[in-house]
Ligand binder design. Structure first.
Ligand code: HEC
Ligand code: HEC
Length: 211
């Protein structure tokens, strides 16, 4: 696939997804979400960005469409993580949307990359240009030049994320362990399938420091 066709494809996907997202996700209420988030803070931290385990994700400042969609997928089992699904038993669609709105309203955390200059440069090359020989699309095309994602399309922000969590997720996509549901059509499995463990490790560090 040429670079031009892949960009055209990504654009089509983005337009389709922004259309779906406005149709399928109810608007959440921040205050109602905050009232429910007491139990979530036990693992994700009071501020949504100080998790009790370094491999747990930061939620603060993530976009609402993405957050709500992930909660729906945990609840349905499409993203099969027992630890998270157990938190959502008995919650309504509106409850999930409220939680999504609450975490999206919190300020995101920023970190600095810790890798060597050489690793950061290599990671930046993949982030901005992909790995053409392996068919890996540029991360920036969907997650933005600064890792802020695309809120309208529900593409996640990936900057300011815990390095351990990012490594685990990219590996899980590659190995087919993370379910992505119909909304995203396995986009990330395709991307991750062309990445080596070493590339995943340097990317995770580089991304954590983007802002
Ligand atoms: C017992 C610990 C625990 C509790 C309590 C908990 N979570 Fe989680 N959460 C996790 C872990 C671990 C993950 C990462 C799962 C994985 O490996 O994919 C996660 C992932 C998530 C994600 C996906 C983030 C992303 O970037 O894709 C969201 C959203 C989330 N949790 C929201 C919540 C909400 C809302 C609550 C409260 C109703 C909550 N969590 C309670 C442990 C917890
Ligand atoms: C075609 C668009 C697209 C491209 C290109 C892309 N991503 Fe993604 N990415 C997504 C979407 C959409 C999701 C959420 C999908 C889901 O829920 O499974 C996602 C999810 C992720 C996540 C999980 C975030 C979380 O909080 O759990 C990480 C990490 C990630 N991408 C990193 C990357 C990296 C690194 C690259 C480049 C090597 C990349 N992505 C390229 C669209 C893309």
């Amino acid at each position: 696939m040429s670079v031009r066709t892949s960009i055209a494809k990504i654009t089509t996907i983005s337009i389709l997804l922004s259309f779906f997202s406005s149709a399928a996700i109810a608007a959440g209420d921040v205050a109602a979400g905050q009232a429910q988030a007491v139990t979530c803070a036990a693992c994700h931290g009071q501020d949504g960005a100080t998790a009790i385990d370094p491999t747990y994700p930061n939620l603060a400042g993530q976009n609402e469409v993405y957050l709500t969609r992930q909660l729906q997928m945990f609840q349905s089992g499409e993203r099969n993580v027992a630890l998270m699904s157990a938190q959502l038993i008995g919650k309504s669609e509106q409850d999930l949307a409220d939680l999504g709105a609450y975490y999206a309203s919190l300020p995101a955390k920023h970190f600095e990359a810790t890798g060597s200059d050489e690793d950061i440069k290599a990671a930046e090359g993949i982030y901005k240009g992909g790995v053409i020989a392996k068919g890996v699309a540029a991360c920036a095309a969907c997650h933005g030049p600064n890792g802020a994602g695309n809120a309208q399309a529900g593409f996640p922000a990936i900057s300011g994320q815990s390095v351990g969590y990012t490594i685990a997720q990219l590996t899980d996509y590659r190995e087919g362990r993370r379910g992505t549901g119909d909304a995203y059509g396995n986009m990330m499995r395709g991307v991750a399938s062309g990445l080596s463990d070493g590339q995943i490790a340097i990317l995770a560090d580089y991304i954590s420091g983007l802002h």
